[in-house]
Design a protein around this ligand. Structure first.
Ligand code: 6V0
Length: 331
């Protein structure tokens, strides 16, 4: 016997906490960064990993399982078969061809659409009530593809979108002003990529709206510095890829941050890719990032943030570009 019998009857009360299961599809650099952040942040009771490469998948599963003594308790399983994902609360899809240095995200599309035809339908069958989070690029179009292939209501399909771009933006503004990035509120919306839109009028630091503050103090508006920061955000993925071959840690934290807001019903606002039809004059079934209220039901709402005419126009241009690409997919 391993345990001595308790002296009193200590029957275990039924657990009050809900069992939470997250599945990660694609165990490359991005999928594994997400998986390990989910484990260290204690976001799931069960974590299922799926990949097409059986050996690599088993190796990754064992490597994570061997860290059990240092982590909150989570059951980790892995399979090339989607039945491993049965009953997931959240499925995060990162499977995809990797973006090559300098390659536009849209170029990746055709390869990834075919891959999604083999991934999304079995995933949706295994977990009909799950929330789907798409990370694979080009993320906005693939979120639309996943929505179509799953048949899920749009509130349960999101793309990680510009949650990551906004974090890069907040870091660079914080660095410029020498403050903590968590005290900087700033959004990048629209396409995750070249046509993303920085909402300058929404930037605030510790509750101070930065642009109107500068104007009131008659401090010259640092338009050039701000434009440089947005350009750096747009170029940052390519820079990291050209230096280390891929991006992983920031997207790992970004996706885990979204997982927490969704599964713990945090009702936090994140810029993520959502069905944008009808917002800001956008027509058609297009997914792009808008500040969205996230909770256990998925997307609970989209904030009616003030956009300047120029910002709204750029957003509609982004939507039109994505829509044109989608129309060639025949879905
Ligand atoms: P990677 O390291 O090549 O991993 C991709 C994984 O997908 C590999 O392990 C493959 O075996 C697996 N895979 C391929 N086909 C299938 C399939 N049919 N079923 C299951 N698994 C499959 O790439 P990496 O992890 O670096 O990137 C993955 C995707 O994330 C790419 O599309 C990136 O462009 C995208 N990113 C998206 C970001 C975002 O902010 N949305 C950020 C970074 C990367």
């Amino acid at each position: 016997k391993i345990f001595f019998k308790p002296t009193q009857n200590t029957s275990t009360p039924s657990p009050t906490k809900r069992h939470t299961k997250i599945s990660v599809i694609g165990t490359g650099n991005v999928g594994m960064a997400i998986a390990q952040t989910i484990l260290t942040q204690d976001l799931a009771d069960e974590l299922a990993l799926v990949d097409a490469k059986a050996d690599k998948l088993r190796g990754e599963m064992l490597d994570l399982q061997h860290a059990a003594a240092f982590l909150p308790r989570t059951r980790i399983l892995a399979s090339t078969d989607y039945s491993a994902t049965d009953g997931s609360d959240l499925c995060i899809v990162t499977a995809g061809a990797r973006q090559n240095p300098g390659e536009s995200r849209l170029n990746l599309l055709q390869r990834n659409v075919e891959m999604f035809q083999g991934i999304i339908p079995p995933l949706a069958r295994s977990s009909p009530d799950t929330i789907l989070m798409i990370v694979s690029n080009p993320v906005d179009v693939l979120t639309y593809v996943a929505w179509k292939l799953s048949g899920f209501p749009s509130n349960r399909v999101i793309g990680s979108g510009t949650n990551l771009d906004s974090s890069r933006f907040r870091f660079l503004i914080a660095d410029h002003l020498d403050v903590n990035a968590q005290d900087v509120q700033a959004y990048i919306v629209g396409e995750h990529g070249d046509s993303s839109v920085a909402l300058w009028s929404s930037i605030s630091v510790g509750g101070v709206p930065v642009l109107s503050f500068l104007e009131k103090q008659q401090i010259p508006y640092e338009k050039e510095a701000l434009e440089r920061i947005h350009k750096a955000v747009v170029e940052s993925a390519d820079e990291v890829i050209s230096l280390k071959g891929y991006t992983s840690w920031a997207i790992g934290y970004s996706a885990a941050n979204l997982a927490r807001s969704l599964l713990r019903d945090q009702r936090k606002i994140h810029p993520v890719s959502v069905l944008a039809n009808g917002f800001y004059g956008i027509g058609g079934d297009v997914f792009l990032s808008l500040p969205a209220l996230l909770g256990r039901g998925g997307v609970l709402g989209v904030t009616n943030v003030h956009l300047t005419d120029e910002e709204a126009q750029r957003l509609r241009n982004s939507a039109r570009t994505i829509s044109e690409v989608q129309s060639q997919l025949g879905l």
